[in-house]
Design a protein around this ligand. Structure first.
Ligand SMILES: C[S@@+](CC[C@H](N)C(=O)[O-])C[C@H]1O[C@@H](n2cnc3c(N)ncnc32)[C@H](O)[C@@H]1O
Length: 228
């Protein structure tokens, strides 16, 4: 193979050069079956806290962005039994798994999940009462975090609430381990952004209403609730 053939064969099938988002989608697609273990061990306490802090009530139109394998999504569906709960994830396998398990456990509820990129979402403006996004911003560049936050604002109704969960940066040893993980597998770990996100939230014209920290074993999280 010559140099051109070699570089073209490294591109994904759609012919575009590989981007970090392509690699993130691929790696999370492969992790879909085993990801629930990691969520249970490290994210479940923060998910519970986010649900409580968000102020969601039954009957709302709720969007979860980056559902992963659907653990938070099922909490949302349960809390919003007579409303509608929509989930999106960049990884088609994650979205499919979330949809399958939610429909099996809550067959009467109005739920729908699909593969969507948070940076450009196919929803009309002001379509949702609440938007949730847990542990995704770490996987985006600063510019893309701004894009995603603007999308969250666009799809939220004026009195709607945005609930974010971020990986905490308050433990030096954990930060060092995370930095290493991020160097080895950036598409999977990303980088910690907890300290910079509050300012980005405010630049996207949100106002922070609640701010909590949670620790699950050695894994720190920060839960932020913001209003438009
Ligand atoms: C660390 S996992 C978190 C999953 C879940 N929210 C949780 O709390 O356990 C990050 C998820 O974000 C998704 N993701 C990454 N970039 C995304 C994007 N641009 N749009 C939508 N989802 C994205 C990944 O596919 C993955 O499922």
């Amino acid at each position: 193979m010559d140099r051109i053939e070699e570089s073209v064969s490294a591109w994904p099938a759609n012919g575009l050069p590989a981007t970090l988002a392509d690699r993130t989608r691929r790696v999370y697609d492969r992790m879909a079956a085993v990801y629930p273990v990691s969520t249970m061990l490290f994210h479940s306490r923060a998910h519970r806290c986010a649900l409580e802090a968000s102020g969601i009530a039954d009957g709302m139109r709720v969007l979860e962005v980056a559902t992963g394998s659907g653990e938070m999504f099922r909490r949302l569906v349960k809390a919003n039994a007579s409303g509608s709960t929509i989930g999106v994830d960049l990884s088609p396998n994650m979205a499919a798994r979330t949809q399958r398990t939610a429909r099996r456990k809550f067959p009467q509820s109005r739920t729908h999940c699909q593969a969507v990129d948070a940076r450009h979402m196919p929803f009309r403006s002001e379509a949702f009462d609440a938007v949730f996004c847990c542990y995704m911003l770490e996987l985006l560049s600063t510019e893309d975090i701004g894009r995603a936050l603007r999308e969250f604002r666009r799809v939220l109704r004026p009195e709607g609430r945005l609930t974010l969960v971020l990986i905490g940066q308050n433990t030096a040893l954990f930060n060092a381990a995370y930095k290493l993980g991020g160097r080895v597998a950036p598409a999977f770990w990303g980088r910690q952004v907890e300290r910079s996100v509050p300012q980005l939230i405010e630049s996207a014209r949100f106002q922070i209403l609640d701010d909590r920290t949670v620790q699950q074993t050695f894994y720190p999280s920060r839960v932020l609730v913001a209003g438009r």
